[in-house]
Write a protein that binds this ligand. Structure first.
Ligand code: GDP
Ligand code: MG
Length: 178
């Protein structure tokens, strides 16, 4: 579902995947509203938000962001969730090896149900908690490389690398034919 309202604006469905509690909703709220709410214990229920960014090549990307409302606790998500997605952000928590394992499960689901040309990002969130790090940059980078994804560590709390994440996705999107 990739359309353009003018020749240089791309509309992209972006889905978030990852274990419950890794910070998916906080990443979205940081990106879209510039906010972080430390009191939100579980998902903040942001199920659909959009944000437009301008890239350096004067392309404009409108992200239509699908966040789960907690369905990731179940084994799988509805095919509708993946359908038409041009980009996917798979999130784990750098302090949780279990969430890194779960991220690999979601990558396999994407490879099965996502479109073949989807742009995939592997995101190690909560980089502000580096003192409790359990997943190394090296192992995550290696996994991302072998699965055709790009890798970045973010903090929704401090905003570190949040805009860079979405800019990097924008850069990697296939440009519409003109
Ligand atoms: P989701 O279930 O993946 O959507 O996770 P949430 O966005 O609801 O966040 C789960 C918990 O992690 C909340 O208590 C957030 O405050 C916390 N959290 C999210 N991102 C960060 C981060 O970058 N750093 C820290 N320290 N905590 C975070
Ligand atoms: Mg959530």
């Amino acid at each position: 579902e990739r359309g353009a309202s003018d020749s240089k604006t791309m509309r992209i469905k972006l889905v978030l995947l990852g274990d419950s509690g890794v910070g998916k909703s906080c990443i979205v709220l940081r990106f879209v509203r510039g906010q972080f709410d430390p009191s939100s214990k579980v998902t903040v229920g942001a199920s659909f938000l959009s944000q437009t960014i301008a890239l350096q090549d004067s392309t404009t990307v409108k992200f239509e962001i699908w966040d789960t409302a907690g369905q990731e606790r179940y084994a799988s998500l509805a095919p509708l969730y993946y359908r038409g997605a041009g980009a996917a952000v798979v999130v784990y928590d750098i302090t949780s090896p279990e969430s890194f394992q779960k991220a690999q499960y979601w990558v396999k689901e994407l490879q099965k149900f996502g479109s073949p040309d989807i742009v995939m990002a592997l995101v190690g969130n909560k980089s502000d908690l580096h003192a409790s790090r359990k997943v190394t940059v090296e192992e995550a980078q290696e996994y991302a490389d072998s699965n055709g994804m790009f890798f970045i560590e973010t903090s929704a709390k401090t905003a570190d690398n949040i805009n860079q994440l979405f800019e990097e996705i924008g850069k990697r999107l296939p440009r519409p034919a003109t």
